[in-house]
Design a protein around this ligand. Structure first.
Ligand code: TRP
Length: 368
């Protein structure tokens, strides 16, 4: 089945090479990675493993950085439910970029978007906004260098800029970009202008002209394809972008993870027994039908979700390679591979849940 990738729908087996063509984005090369490493002194495994795989205008953004014009980072969260492991990739990587480049982060919570696009009340979306902020804070963003923007709460500073963006976008552009029809509600038509605002808002507030770098999952790119044209007309720089692939759902390589079926995603609030149960029950296995056959033929790590998820959680390259090779040769069984993943995720979540509790006390620091 051919893939579908829009900000509101991701389906099928995603062909990332085809996406690069369709979206007109540029694959990261080993020269790009070397350049990042030369500046930062280290490379995040999400770069070396191809989890971040493409970009727009990265070279320009790094040129400016090296001239002393440091970029700020912009990413976001659509607060429509609990946070699952699939959300964390982009945010953990953004936190690394913050540390490695000493960059400010502007983090948008699009409560308006989720109210307009989902069957949720305004109050439910506010609850999720609060819950989701705790997860973001728990990842360790520097409170002195990180600013949360909640679209309805910060409407006073965002709306004047959003209307400037909106005036430059026609309904036909939106229809073509997102496949909307005449029956979409009128708020959803306007929404992309709100997601555009943080691209330049920090510069407006401070009378500066710093580059903006946006780490995102590739389904968000269509918004910024529109933004990049518009913000230039408004006298701002086009943002640079780093694109990530989707962490696959527990049940197999198709589509992206979603919290609407909580049994099939691991949530950041799951306890160790729940994590174990979900992974053992649902994680698609690339192993063979019987132990004998597995020993003989070996497993397929390319489709095995336990292995694919370890690429996000086991940062030691040598350990990961050994697991890969042992699984492929049949030395390591599916159950053993799942046990490694369960241990790794529970270790991560124990720390995350502790920090998530502490986050309650410091939310205000991120909202100024
Ligand atoms: N629309 C995104 C979502 O539903 C949230 C978001 C807002 C975002 N601004 C962003 C994501 C910038 C990446 C980059 O999750």
């Amino acid at each position: 089945m051919a893939h579908i990738v829009t900000p509101w729908e991701v389906k099928g087996t995603i062909d990332y090479d085809r996406l690069v063509q369709e979206f007109g984005i540029i694959k990261l090369t080993s020269a790009d990675l070397k350049r990042i490493e030369r500046i930062t002194g280290e490379l995040h495994p999400y770069l070396t493993r191809g989890i971040f795989f493409a970009h727009r205008d990265l070279k320009w953004c790094l040129d400016e950085y090296e001239k002393g014009n440091k970029f700020f980072l912009y990413t976001g969260c659509g607060p429509s439910g609990p946070i699952h492991l699939g959300h964390l990739g982009v945010w953990r990587f953004t936190k690394w970029l913050q540390d490695a480049f000493g960059a400010e982060v502007w983090f948008q919570f699009t409560d308006d978007e989720k109210f307009l696009f989902k069957d949720l009340s305004y109050e439910e979306v506010q609850k999720w906004t609060h819950e989701n902020m705790l997860d973001v804070i728990a990842l360790g963003f520097d409170p002195k260098k990180t600013h949360f923007l909640i679209d309805t709460m910060h409407a006073g500073i965002m709306y004047p800029e959003a209307i400037k963006v909106a005036k430059k976008i026609t309904f036909s552009t939106i229809k073509a970009a997102f496949g909307f029809t005449d029956s979409n509600n009128i708020g959803s038509i306007f929404y992309t202008s709100m997601q555009t605002v943080p691209v330049f808002l920090p510069n407006v507030l401070r009378h500066e002209k710093k580059p903006c770098l946006i780490p995102l999952a590739v389904d968000q790119d269509p918004h910024f394809r529109i933004s990049r044209d518009v913000v230039e007309k408004l006298g701002h720089h086009k943002p640079a972008i780093l694109h990530s692939v989707f962490m696959p759902p527990l049940v197999g390589m198709e589509g992206k993870m979603s919290s609407s079926d909580p049994d099939k995603a691991v949530l950041t609030t799951d306890d160790p027994a729940t994590v174990k149960k979900k992974i053992n029950k649902y994680a698609f296995s690339g192993g063979q039908a019987t132990i004998e056959e597995h020993r003989r033929k070996g497993g397929n790590p390319d489709v095995d979700i336990a292995y694919q998820w370890l690429r996000y959680f086991e940062f030691d390259d040598q350990k990961l390679k050994k697991i890969h090779d042992d699984y492929k040769s049949g030395t390591l069984l599916s159950g053993e591979l799942k046990a490694i993943l369960i241990g790794k995720i529970n270790e991560f979540l124990a720390e995350h849940q502790k920090k998530r509790k502490q986050a309650e006390k410091i939310v205000d620091k991120f909202l100024n």
